[in-house]
Design a protein around this ligand. Structure first.
Ligand SMILES: Nc1ncnc2c1ncn2[C@@H]1O[C@H](COP(=O)(O)OP(=O)(O)OP(=O)(O)O)[C@@H](O)[C@H]1O
Ligand SMILES: [Mg+2]
Length: 307
């Protein structure tokens, strides 16, 4: 007999949620911890907006791992429709059933059955398993068309999908829903109203150091601090595209590959393509600007500040 494994419980306090997520290598900012905690407790979708690479998608993945739930991910794109997002009828199977029964012998109730229904992520997310309701990640909603947003309203407020030929499929337990957007367009108020909202900002120095400790443990503490301080300066430099947390991790790992202990200007220049992905930004930073930032960092880290 397989012994019952205890089901992970939803954290009871904000601080236990923060701790548990850190145990899964995700560092929650104080603000996100409160929003996520409330979304879980109040069973409301959490709508996360923010720049690229600040950890929006990762929240949902980590939460699913933490709670031992299935992660169901719906990646949005232009032209995403109900057939790809919610359900589709298995026409091939229906055709075979019609042919074997003989023309006109099957009623629509016999054709539009649960067996002939192909579940896509939104419908799948209404079904809980032994571990509980799944985590539904609706990723990059701003890429989908507005009509699709309207379609989501029924699911997000009533936890159900209406299928005209079949009926209404409702969730016994609501899924945990995380919606993300990179804000390439505004999401409609009607949808936002059904969610708790949080703007995911770049992490503080301390939080980003803690992230590196977990995600790039091979980087020595001193190098990590150089990396994080440098990235923070880049984020203040009014670039076309500032580096996200993913780039911070990549840079630390790249510098370890190159056996760096502290960063010198030449190394910063030659690895800038790990951090910045636009040539105009790279041209602005490499050379004297990177050297100036590194000198400032050196001064900050040895305890006194320049100008
Ligand atoms: N708070 C955090 N704690 C731990 N790791 C983090 C955190 N934030 C970001 N990361 C790391 O950064 C990577 C990028 O995060 P993620 O893919 O979630 O960003 P995103 O906000 O969804 O970006 P995009 O808008 O480009 O999809 C993650 O794989 C993770 O390794
Ligand atoms: Mg993402």
């Amino acid at each position: 007999m397989v012994p019952d494994r205890p089901k992970p419980e939803t954290p009871k306090t904000v601080s236990s949620l923060t701790e548990d997520m850190a145990g899964q290598d995700y560092i929650l900012s104080d603000g996100l911890a409160v929003s996520l905690f409330l979304a879980l407790r109040r069973q409301r979708p959490l709508f996360l907006e923010g720049e690229a690479g600040v950890g929006k998608t990762e929240v949902a993945k980590t939460l699913a791992a933490l709670l031992g739930r299935r992660l169901i991910r719906l990646q949005c794109y232009e032209g995403l429709d109900i057939a790809a997002a919610a359900y589709e009828w298995n026409y091939a199977r229906q055709m075979i059933e019609i042919q074997s029964a003989g023309q006109g012998r099957l009623s629509s109730a016999e054709l539009f059955t649960a067996e002939n229904l192909i579940e896509r992520p939104l419908l799948e997310a209404l079904r809980a398993d032994e571990a509980g309701a799944p985590v539904l990640l609706i990723d990059e909603l701003d890429r989908a068309d507005e009509a699709f947003e309207a379609y989501l309203l029924e699911i997000l407020s009533d936890w159900q999908v209406t299928i005209p030929e079949f009926g209404t499929v409702a969730a016994a337990t609501p899924p945990i829903v995380i919606i993300t957007s990179n804000r390439t367009r505004e999401i409609h108020d009607a949808l936002k109203r059904r969610c708790f909202y949080h703007w995911v900002d770049y992490p503080s120095l301390e939080d980003e150091l803690a992230i590196l400790k977990r995600r790039a443990p091979e980087a020595p503490a001193d190098l990590s601090e150089h990396v994080v301080r440098f990235v923070h300066k880049l984020r203040d430099a009014n670039l076309f595209k500032a580096p996200g947390v993913a780039e911070t991790i990549d840079w630390a790992q790249a510098l370890v590959e190159l056996d760096c202990v502290a960063i010198d200007p030449a190394q910063a220049d030659s690895t800038m393509g790990v951090l910045l992905k636009y040539q105009d930004d790279i041209a602005r930073i490499t050379g004297s600007e990177a050297a100036r930032m590194l000198t400032e960092i050196q001064a900050e880290m040895s305890g006194y500040r320049t100008g």
